[in-house]
Design a protein around this ligand. Structure first.
Ligand code: AHR
Length: 503
């Protein structure tokens, strides 16, 4: 298979917003309890947060994190998680039928996020609650002092208000499973009024309104149109969610779901443009893809478990053992976000620890990286700057999820600051190597400074990292690619992911 690619320094897509590499963590399963927080763990800091997990988190350089849900947020009382721990009530979390001790709440999580160097993006409960509680929460979190809620925060030992700019107006409100689910118009009205209240607290506050829970919802994309028609002028982002799987073990169809996602983004961009035109609006609304990941390995069993269990505390839930093909998929999906960085400004891998996560943590034991950790890390570290247009001329295939799909999945990012280009390339073919010729125009004297690779060594697509063997799949030094006469040439082995850095 031969593929020719052309990149030009001046043919740009957009400046990538660093928040494209954000994450999400929810009070569910073992994400918080025995995930990031485990007092008594040998590595726990004085606040009870695991240092081993924190180190893995820090190495990802995550810009922002969405918290505390997810479905959990739609019946959450944020006041349960503030003040002295001994006074905090144990509640039943209706979303995952689990027990919530409230040992971690806003202030503890904020301390953790600060240590991790991550900005918080907080979700408001618009399921069982509304504008009044939203404004109280925002006042508690970000108002400096001299009011009931800000002074309450100070009395809890937090003198300095948090610098939280991003507020999510509920979660998946289109989903019938959501506690407090609404019709589009009804939700759009509530989102509009809540956004106005939240924005009263500061000029730089941004809000995210809920789009569809995925592109298979019966109400998609009419939901987005109706919601935006109610609130367009008062919001900054509309959320997209999508989870992926390969239950049929059809690798090429799995990768084609990345193209399908491109269409999803394009369709919502179209709805945004339509509503903007219809309302003669002056402002722009961008996309916040605030939940995405692979989720299918244990999904059916997990669903049976949580529907029938007896309100356990921090149960094992959605702990997926990711394999090589999942890592390539995640690398490819991040490529799609870079390619659509003109419309997608924020994206959050869902989730971060234990629950459908790049990081796993054994209670009392070790923390380790799943296969998807690495492409996420490479994108976060080296995918910052200007996304470049990449013209691809090579073989293509048809699949159920999408037609006319390129075997090569590629994105390129120029860091003007370091005068460096990073190329992220996946050869999707399960059995054929790809001869690659990348003309890189508008640069002089480029040389290869790093090539890291995953797969491409005959490892089967479904070999996974597991608790017993957490290091099976890891990036290694790549080979077979070189700069020749200003072009990047060489071979990408079948079923491989490459990070190629040039300067
Ligand atoms: O991330 C797991 C769940 O997926 C979230 O709680 C919900 O928003 C989505 O359906």
């Amino acid at each position: 298979m031969k593929t020719r690619v052309t990149i030009h320094r001046d043919f740009t897509i957009a400046e990538i917003d660093n928040r494209l590499y954000s994450a999400f963590i929810e009070h569910m399963g073992r994400a918080i309890y025995t995930g990031i927080y485990e007092p008594g763990h040998p590595t726990a800091n004085p606040q009870g947060f695991r240092r081993d997990v924190l180190d893995l988190v820090k190495a990802l350089q995550i810009p922002a994190i969405r918290y505390p849900g997810g479905n959990f947020v739609s019946a959450y009382k944020w006041e349960d998680g503030i003040g002295p721990r001994e006074d905090r009530p144990v509640r039943l979390d209706l979303a995952w039928r689990s027990k919530e001790t409230n040992h971690v709440g806003l202030n503890e999580f904020a301390g953790w996020a600060k240590d991790a160097g991550i900005e918080m993006m907080l979700a408001l409960n618009l399921g069982t609650r509304g504008i009044e509680d939203a404004r109280n929460y925002v006042e508690y979190a970000i108002h400096p002092n001299g009011s009931y809620w800000s002074d309450l925060r100070r009395s809890h030992g937090v003198e300095q208000a948090y610098d939280v700019k991003m507020w999510c107006l509920g979660n998946e409100m289109d989903g019938p499973w959501q506690i407090g689910h609404m019709e589009a118009k009804e939700y759009g009205r509530l989102a509009d009024e809540t956004s106005k209240a939240v924005k009263a607290f500061g000029k730089d506050i941004e809000t995210v309104v809920c789009g569809s829970s995925n592109d298979q919802m019966a109400t998609y994309p009419e939901w987005e149109r109706q919601v935006l028609e109610e609130c367009y002028e008062n919001v900054d982002y509309i959320s997209l969610h999508k989870y992926f799987g390969n239950s049929s073990h059809n690798t090429l169809n799995y990768f084609a779901k990345i193209e399908e996602t491109g269409r999803y983004i394009q369709s919502i961009a179209g709805v945004i443009d339509y509503v903007k035109a219809k309302k003669r609006a002056k402002n722009d609304v961008f996309i916040c893809f605030d939940e995405w990941n692979v989720w299918y390995h244990n999904r059916e069993q997990d669903s049976k478990n949580w529907r029938s269990w007896d309100w356990p505390e921090a149960p094992v839930l959605l702990e997926e053992d990711y394999n090589l093909e999942d890592a390539l998929f995640v690398g490819g999906l991040l490529n799609e976000f870079m390619r659509r960085s003109d419309r997608v400004k924020i994206a959050c891998i869902a989730q971060l620890v234990n629950v459908i996560a790049p990081i796993r943590a054994e209670p009392g034991g070790k923390a380790w990286a799943t296969t998807i950790y690495y492409p996420y890390q490479f994108a976060s570290l080296f995918g910052r700057g200007t996304a470049l247009n990449v013209a691809v001329d090579g073989p293509r295939y048809d699949a159920d999820a999408a037609q006319d799909v390129s075997y090569l999945d590629i994105a390129a990012v120029l860091s003007k600051e370091n005068n460096e280009i990073s190329i992220f390339a996946v050869n999707r073919s399960p059995d054929q190597a790809m001869e690659l010729d990348v003309a890189i125009l508008g640069f002089a004297g480029l040389r290869l400074i790093e090539h890291r690779m995953m797969g491409g060594d005959g490892t089967g697509p479904r070999v996974a990292n597991t608790t017993d063997a957490p290091d099976r799949i890891k990036p290694r030094k790549g080979d077979g690619i070189a700069v020749v006469d200003g072009s990047l040439r060489g071979e990408l082995p079948a079923l491989s992911y490459s990070l190629i850095r040039l300067a």
